[in-house]
Every structure is written in C-alpha cells, then in structure tokens.
Design a protein. Sequence first.
Length: 70
Amino acid sequence: MEFEIFRIPKPDVIIYLNLELQLSLDLLENKDAKDRKKYLMGKQDAHEGDLNHLKNARKSALDLVKEKNN
C-alpha cells in the first residue's frame, strides 16, 4: 500500500538491529526511556510489558531476515 498508493520509495537497504531480549528490557527500564514516554502516565506499554509478545516479535523478525537473505 505504501509503495503503490502513497508512492513512498522502496528502500534500497533495510537494517535490522538484533538485540537480546534482556538488553531490550534493560533499555526500556532506563530512566531516560521512561521520561520520553510520559504519555503512558506511569503505565507500562502493553506490548513492551508482554514478554511472550517480545519473544515472538523477535523470532518473527529473525525469521523474516533469514527468509529475505536466502
């Protein structure tokens, strides 16, 4: 849709940053990260708070990278 309807140019390169889950969680706990998310009013983001979601999202992304590189 983005490329056909909105005519957004297709990327030449896609860079995927692969972080271990624990590092991602540590970064999310960082005070600066919390300050940038004041809109959550102290609540945790629904996706960021669900470890299964984070694990599955990472696995899906890694599978997609593997698929696109073959």
